[in-house]
Structure formats: structure tokens, C-alpha cells
Write a protein that binds this ligand. Structure first.
Ligand code: C5P
Length: 406
């Protein structure tokens, strides 16, 4: 990365994700920056001082009363271009929200002049606790950049929201926080995002659905919010939490999503149809549980087509609106672009985000690979990486569209 060398403080607090902070330090040093690591005593239970000193190429700072002559508890914060705290435990976030400074990291954060980026990591219950959520709201309202947490495997056998974001995402957010470049490029834009997978009932207990987790839509909602947009997420059966600061509308069927999206879309500058919407529904839903038929082992269902929300949005859109479609295809790589171009022409949207899906990739995973096609079919951009970084590429394409300057 070619940029002026920065002075970066990496604060590491006591959580198992501290081992991933080692990669954050390494990335910054590789990019040519000066890194001061401040580890809490608890952090050193999880990661060794020699590792951090070798990678940061600097002594690791721990004690408030070490090297007092240098007034380090103030100097590190004053001099830092950015402070990145990864992992940030629930306790650390509470301290920052309350303005407490019981240790060197707390003092440094209070004495800072530059931006503060925190990457929370904790168990789901701790993250969802109202105290933690209130602290996060306070920190956000003060301009602190909150990266994640992601959803996935936690320590032990449980999984859910609370997993520290990937080092690449944290590093990118730190650079953006310093330059301020991407953070507010969507300021004032109203963005409607659909996500998850609709379910079409067969009877009171069964449905036809799909494997969409909604993770890509949630990542889009989070990044768009961080970049200044006002975001509404129309969600069908998300497997993950909607990000803070997003207005959430929940739906179940394609018909419900159709009704909500069509009634709201006129108020939005951008509509991103990331949801996996069922193309068909039952012609009539049985009022009672369907019984196993005595007809030679076959069950015949009559399905009727659902309205194509994306197509309708395009036909009713205003000139300044940007409508973004998604196409998840099981095609081979060579067929993918052609299929995407055909779909783009058929749907008439302004951008189409194309990705390959199969049993292992695309749905439910933490990462994604996409190609963004512009109206007309040209490849605008491609991205592979975490769903957050893919979300940024998609939002970059939107932010550089003509609407942005309208
Ligand atoms: O035609 P296909 O389902 O592959 O198109 C996918 C795109 O169309 C996605 O953006 C999806 O959200 C949208 N879609 C829709 N209404 C439907 C089916 C899909 O808006 N009934």
C-alpha cells in the first residue's frame, strides 16, 4: 500500500481473538507504518510479548507506570494517527464508553487526537446484552468506528454474532478512518437493501425456501451505514443479526417482500435486491397439514409465479434511482458472465452483482466472489474476500455511479 507512513497504536485486550491481532500488527508493519502495541495484562495471557515485539519491531507497552519520564500514557495517544483496538472486549468497550482510564490503553484512548477503531470480540450473549449495545451506541455517536463483530464460530462449540472481524477488514477500516475517504461518500443517500431468503408456505408447517443466509445483505447494510447512508433492510429469514443503526423490516414470503419494497422504494436513492426471492409460490396454501397421499409415492404441487420485484422496480424507477440486482448462478465460470449479461438485459437494472453458488460456495459462507456488471453488460469490478470487503466493492460501484453527483 503506498501511503505516508502512519503512527498506529494497536491496543490488544484480553480475549481469545488476540491471536488474530497479531495479523493486524503484521499487516500495518508490512505496509510500512510505525506500530506501537499496547497490550493489557489480560491480553498477554493470550498472546506472547516476544511475538508482538518481533512483529511490531517495537517494545510492547503494558504498564501505566513504566517509562513515566516519557509521559507515555499521554504521548502515545497524542501522536497516533489512529488507534485500533482489536480485539475489544465487552469490558474494554464499557470503559471507553464511560471514559475510564484504569490502564495504559484507557489513558491512551482518552488522550488521542486521531480516530479510534474498535473490533469487538466476545460471546453472543455479552454482545447482545443491553449494556454492551448501549455502550456501542455511545461509542458510535462519538464517531468511534466499530468494525463487526462478525458471525461465526466462537471459542468452544458455540457460534453466533461476536466473532472478531478478519484482520484485512480491520486494517482497511483503520486506513479509511485516517483518510476519511470512504466513510462519508454515501452521506445523505437513502438505501433500501433486501436480504435473506423468502419462504413460500405449502401448509401451516412446511415451506419452500432456499439457503440464503442474508450475510451479504447484512454486510452491505453495515458498510453502507458506516459510509454515511441511511439504510433500510427488508429481511426475509436472516441467519445473522441486522447491524445497529439500520432500520429493519421483516418479511417472510415473496409477496410480503414485494408489497413492502414496492410501497417504500420511491423514497430511496438506491435499491439493492440482494435477497433470494422465490420465483414461485403455491397456487393455494393448504389450511391444514398436507397428508401423505396414497398415490404411488408422488406428491404433485401446483406452483404459480411470484411477481418479479426487481423488474417492477426498474419499470417504476425515477431517473436518479439506482437499482441493483443480484444473480446467484450454478454456471461454470465461462458461462457465468454470459448468463449475467442476459439477466441484466432481461431485468433492466443499473448494476448486476453476479456470483457462482453451489453446495459449498456463496450461500451461508463468510466470504464471497462477485463480478459487478454495468448496464450494457461491461464488467465494472470484481471482488473476492470477506462479505464486508465484497460489500465495499459493490458500494464503490454505486458511489461512482452518476446518481452520486446528481
Ligand atoms: O431471476 P432471478 O431470481 O435469478 O434474479 C435474481 C434477482 O432478482 C435478485 O436481485 C432477486 O432479488 C430478484 N428477484 C426479484 N423478484 C423475484 C425473483 C428475484 O426481485 N420474484
Amino acid at each position: 500500500m503506498s501511503r505516508t507512513p502512519l503512527r498506529i497504536v494497536v491496543g490488544i485486550t484480553g480475549g481469545i481473538a488476540a491471536y488474530k491481532a497479531v495479523s493486524v500488527v503484521r499487516e500495518f508493519v508490512k505496509d510500512g507504518h510505525h506500530v506501537d502495541v499496547i497490550a493489557t495484562e489480560a491480553a498477554l495471557q493470550f498472546v506472547g510479548r516476544p511475538t508482538l515485539e518481533a512483529l511490531s519491531r517495537n517494545p510492547v507497552h503494558v504498564g501505566l507506570y513504566d517509562d513515566v519520564a516519557q509521559v507515555r500514557h499521554v504521548a502515545l495517544g497524542q501522536q497516533a494517527d489512529v488507534i485500533v483496538v482489536a480485539p475489544a472486549t465487552a469490558n474494554t468497550l464499557a470503559q471507553f464508553a464511560a471514559g475510564l482510564a484504569p490502564d495504559l490503553l484507557g489513558n491512551t484512548v482518552l488522550a488521542r487526537r486521531g480516530p479510534l477503531v474498535v473490533a469487538p470480540a466476545m460471546h453472543t450473549e455479552m454482545w447482545e446484552n443491553t449494556a454492551t449495545q448501549a455502550n456501542i451506541s455511545i461509542l458510535r455517536s462519538r464517531g468511534v468506528v466499530v468494525v463487526g463483530p462478525g458471525v461465526g464460530q466462537l471459542t468452544g462449540s458455540d457460534s453466533g454474532p461476536g466473532r472478531m472481524c478478519e484482520p484485512e477488514d480491520i486494517v482497511r477500516e483503520a486506513y479509511e478512518a485516517v483518510s476519511g475517504e470512504a466513510h462519508h461518500d454515501l452521506l445523505g443517500k437513502r438505501i433500501l437493501i433486501t436480504g435473506g431468503g423468502t419462504r413460500e408456505p405449502l401448509d401451516p408447517v412446511r415451506y419452500i425456501g432456499n439457503r440464503s443466509s442474508g450475510k451479504q445483505a447484512v454486510a452491505l447494510a453495515e458498510r453502507a451505514t458506516n459510509r454515511g447512508a441511511e439504510v433500510t433492510l427488508v429481511a426475509a429469514h436472516l441467519e445473522v443479526e441486522a447491524p445497529a443503526g439500520v432500520s429493519l423490516v421483516t418479511v417472510s414470503t415473496a409477496a410480503e417482500m414485494h408489497a413492502k419494497v414496492m410501497s417504500m422504494s420511491a423514497d430511496f436513492d438506491v435499491v439493492i435486491m440482494a435477497a433470494a426471492v422465490s420465483d414461485y409460490r403455491m397456487d393455494s396454501v393448504s389450511g391444514s397439514k398436507l397428508k401423505k397421499a396414497d398415490n404411488g409415492g408422488e406428491l404433485h404441487l401446483t406452483l404459480v409465479e411470484n411477481p418479479d420485484i426487481l423488474k417492477e422496480l426498474v419499470s417504476s424507477k425515477s431517473t436518479q434511482q439506482i437499482i441493483v440486482g443480484f444473480a446467484a448462478e450454478t454456471a461454470t465460470e465461462t458461462e457465468l458472465i454470459r448468463i449475467g449479461q442476459e439477466k441484466l438485459a432481461r431485468k433492466g437494472c443499473d448494476l448486476l452483482v453476479l456470483n457462482q453458488v453451489d453446495w459449498e460456495q456463496g450461500f451461508g459462507t463468510e466470504s464471497n466472489t462477485v463480478t459487478v456488471l454495468a448496464a450494457g453488460g461491461d464488467i465494472l469490478d470484481t471482488a473476492t474476500g470477506s462479505k464486508m470487503s465484497v460489500a465495499d466493492t459493490i458500494l464503490d460501484c454505486i458511489a461512482t455511479s452518476p446518481f452520486h453527483n446528481a
